[in-house]
Design a protein around this ligand. Structure first.
Ligand code: SAH
Length: 477
């Protein structure tokens, strides 16, 4: 008899989706079971049925997979953050390595992929230097803070996330205690009333500096002195601020930040480069793995000191400044003006003079630069182009310009191996060869993975349209 919604059934899990759900077959139907692992036999309940597949909820593990471990966090199933915490770390790394390779094969059409082993962490917990905790009330009216349940805005009270730093709990206890003492209301999303929306905490892993920023639905935090007095007793406290966000939207930070104690920023290092980080700055959340990732980008770029580089999607210039130390000149491009302000400031802080930054879309700035040079009778030149786009990958117009500029190397840093595969296919169709691929686990316990790849221009590429000319030797057309 065919299954109906809410029916329970027993299923063996044989595969894992890219989003970490267990996959099994039952009477010819494929089922996706969140939180079930390859090798598990589970009792599951039908949640949604389609023609040939369905989604089911894990009800009971009848026979656990050999790769199952005791999850560190008891909220791991509810919270949206750690999709695969119950999988042994070794298997998590294997899963990510295969995910990248499969995408390159399936979407990119690559064969004999030069995969290098994923760089994992020695301690895959407590790696995040930033957390934003929503504040609300439970059914009994107690003030709570923690994390949103997956795909909802229901707060799961948890002040001690296993991915965060131990100081998070200390800080959250103080803030919630302060709110209770002075009857400061948390923000209510439905009515738009109440004051405290989020508590943002950042830490400098090298410096030990701490930042606390309260995002509030108003201008002033009443009795702030009492909060400051408590928070400043915590070792490393460097910056306390309030950020005003009175908009009814999901965007966490508003556009005005007021420092109420200490400095407006904290400082941290990646390698030898120093970064000043404000509450609104973008900064990679896993500094240990970021260092490994930038080291790898540097290794792939293989600089000797005289090169001209472009760092597209540069954020606050982290990769640009890292590479500038080993290059003649680095140009960074980023869409967010505030991030470019930070990039310029960080260049100055580090006395780096060979990095120049532009605000705008990479797919507009680079083509415009190319056309301008061409109009002046020159060929826009780059030895290496580094791209580190958001999940949606690079715009085709940008990829076309990269092909026209024909740098000898492209280093593509990606947080989504599906769009990476799509873009690499275009670049390799235009004369590049995929030389090196290495995943990096920046987001342990989740299904996300970063990848650094190296593309090298083949020396003599015959253009499809003209069998007698090669891209390098051809005049600019
Ligand atoms: N390389 C940086 C940031 C990478 S995140 C680092 O390692 O820290 C991707 C960045 O691309 C974000 O800062 C985002 O604001 C920026 N971005 C998104 N779309 C863009 C576009 N079309 N052109 C330029 N930058 C863009």
């Amino acid at each position: 008899m065919a299954l109906k919604k809410n029916d329970e059934f027993v299923i063996d899990i044989e595969d894992m989706s890219v989003d970490g759900e267990g996959i099994g077959k039952y009477e010819g139907m494929t089922f996706f079971v969140k939180d079930a692992l390859i090798g598990d036999t589970v009792r599951a309940k039908v949640m949604k049925l389609k023609k040939t597949y369905g989604y089911a909820r894990l009800m009971e593990i009848l026979k656990p997979s050999a790769d199952r471990v005791d999850p560190v966090c008891r909220f791991h199933r509810q919270c949206g953050g750690c999709q695969i915490q119950a999988l042994s770390y070794e298997k998590q790394l294997e899963f990510k390595q295969e995910k990248v390779e499969n995408n390159l094969r399936r979407i990119g059409g690559f064969r004999n992929i030069p995969m290098e082993p994923i760089i994992g962490m020695e301690e895959p917990f407590h790696y995040r230097n930033k957390a934003q905790f929503p504040v609300g009330k439970d059914k009994e009216g107690h003030i709570i803070t923690g994390f949103y349940a997956g795909r909802t805005h229901q707060i799961i009270p948890n002040r001690d996330c296993a991915l965060g730093i131990p100081a998070n709990k200390e800080i959250l206890d103080i803030v919630i205690d302060f709110m209770e003492t002075y009857q400061i209301e948390p923000y209510d999303e439905m009515s738009g009333t109440g004051l405290v929306r989020h508590i943002l905490i950042r830490a400098g892993f090298q410096t030990g500096e701490l930042m606390v920023c309260l995002i509030i639905n108003g201008d002033e935090l009443p009795h702030q002195e009492a909060l400051i007095e408590k928070l400043t007793k915590i070792k490393g406290m460097t910056s306390i601020s309030v950020n005003r966000n009175t908009k009814k939207s999901n965007v966490i930070l508003g556009d005005r930040t007021k420092t109420i104690w200490g400095q407006p920023y904290i400082t941290d290092y990646i390698g030898d480069v120093k970064y000043q980080i404000s509450p609104v700055s973008f900064f990679q959340v896993n500094p240990v793995q970021t260092k490994a990732m930038y080291d790898l980008a540097l290794e792939y770029a293989d600089l000797s000191g005289g090169e001209v580089l472009w760092d597209l999607y540069c954020g606050i210039g982290t990769i640009s400044l890292f590479l500038a130390q080993k290059a003649e000149k680095v140009y960074g491009v980023e869409i967010i003006p505030q991030a470019i302000e930070d990039a310029r400031k960080n260049a100055a802080v580090n006395e780096i003079q060979n990095a120049e930054f532009f605000v705008g879309k990479a797919e507009e700035i680079l083509p415009e630069f190319y056309e301008k040079e061409k109009a002046a009778g020159k060929k826009a030149y780059a030895d290496v182009i580094v791209v580190d786009p958001p999940r949606k990958g690079c715009d085709t117009k940008l990829l076309e310009t990269i092909l026209k500029m024909a740098p000898s190397k492209v280093v593509y840093v990606s947080c989504d191996s599906a769009t990476l595969a799509r873009d690499l296919k275009i670049l390799c169709g235009g004369g590049y060869q995929l030389k090196r691929v290495r995943p990096i686990d920046n987001f342990c316990q989740s299904t996300h993975v970063e990848v650094v790849t190296l593309l090298q221009r083949m020396s003599h590429i015959r253009e499809k349209t003209n069998a007698h000319s090669c891209i390098r030797c051809a005049p600019i057309v």
